[in-house]
Design a protein around this ligand. Structure first.
Ligand SMILES: *Cc1c(COP(=O)(O)O)cnc(C)c1O
Length: 353
């Protein structure tokens, strides 16, 4: 489906002309024999960017998360993650299907939790119990509202994980959004984690590619799983060139997406029946319950205005700003949302507040 304004996700971007040119002109070789100079360049650059010893290039973020789980865990081990985590909800049950790993969900505001919550979820070391083995957190939190984990909080959970012998993984699908929004460098955000994944197909606007980084020993094992899962490629420099282009041209501009998300939230403030969460990065979550419409019905009516968002609950919608959304389109999107809310004839703005 193509709509004029697509706020469904930051995965909906199309590669720019400059990126397509970089992809077309990429110098290539056989990636799985380390003969692709463009992939080699990307891997080195990403490892440095994330402050890790080594990195591996993968076709998708899901493969990066699952390889991290496969390397860190043995069948029967337990992974601790927020109940809203991508790993739990959107990876087809791969932690169970591929790694034989149990996932222990924990609760917390905006997709985050503290060391105390983590500590309570870690099992005592007894043979009747699954072995708690891995902590994974998201930066930014996706269903948590695109929130940025403050450093004190990541330091807190990392200290708890370390003291209890857990390995740690950072699902950094939108790590660069977190960095741009907080002004904290990516290497500091990733510091202390045993593995880190960064996606190029979200706000960075590339058509494919993800990086998984960690120690040299970790990446060596990750390569084994990349091979087993069919993720070893050939002239993958064509993919890597888009990712390098994204690092050169699409990082600082993430601030525009964040400004557009704030603009959308501001434009919707006080709209009839809409409760809008204050965005920290490029996601705006909107509860439409007080309009009397379901999220599904509200979205269907937005489609008639040539605007698409995503449904994230019975009355919860998510609008994501990205490279292919202009400031002018944000005004149009807000207007369409206000029109749909006003026509719904639900509660007044006062009651919704
Ligand atoms: C999109 C996403 C992933 C998976 O990345 P893909 O490249 O789509 O496979 C993992 N974690 C989070 C938080 C995501 O948003």
């Amino acid at each position: 489906m193509r709509v004029a304004i697509d706020l469904y996700s930051d995965t909906k971007t199309r590669p720019t002309r400059g990126m397509r040119e970089a992809i077309a002109e990429a110098e290539v070789g056989d990636e799985q024999h380390f003969e692709d100079p463009t992939v080699d360049r990307l891997v080195e650059r990403a490892a440095t960017l994330l402050g890790q010893e080594a990195a591996v290039f993968l076709p998708s973020g899901t493969m990066a998360n699952e390889i991290a789980i496969l390397v860190h865990c043995r069948p029967g081990d337990e992974l601790i993650a927020h109940a809203d985590a991508h790993i739990l909800n959107f990876e087809g049950g791969a932690a169970a299907a591929l790694a034989g790993v149990m996932v222990r969900p924990v609760a917390g505001d905006k997709g985050m939790f503290d060391g105390q919550t983590l500590s309570e979820a870690i099992r005592p070391d007894r043979r009747h119990l699954p072995r708690s083995r891995l902590l994974s957190i998201e930066q930014t939190t996706n269903l948590g509202g695109g929130a940025v984990w403050p450093l004190q909080l990541t330091d807190d959970v990392l200290a708890t994980a370390r003291s209890r012998g857990l390995a740690t993984h950072l699902d950094g699908a939108r790590l660069m959004n977190a960095s741009v929004a907080s002004g904290v460098g990516p290497e500091r955000i990733a510091a202390g984690f045993d593995s880190v994944f960064l996606d190029f197909t979200k706000g960075l606007g590339a058509p494919f590619g993800a990086i998984l980084a960690g120690s040299a020993a970790f990446i060596n094992e990750a390569w084994r799983w990349k091979q087993r899962l069919g993720g070893s490629m050939r002239q993958a420099g064509m993919l890597a060139a888009g990712c390098l282009y994204a690092l050169d041209h699409h990082v600082e501009r993430l601030a525009e997406d964040h400004a557009n998300a704030r603009l959308l939230a501001d434009e919707l403030a006080g709209a009839n029946g809409l409760t809008v969460e204050r965005p920290e990065t490029n996601m705006v979550f909107i509860d439409v319950g007080a309009t009397g419409l379901s999220a599904e019905e509200f979205n269907a009516r937005l489609l008639q205005h040539d605007l698409r968002v995503s449904i994230q609950g019975a009355t919860r919608l998510r609008a994501v700003t990205h490279l292919d959304v202009t400031r002018e389109q944000i005004f149009l999107a807000a207007q369409a949302m206000r029109t749909v809310a006003a026509s719904a004839g639900g509660a007044s703005g006062d009651r919704a507040a």
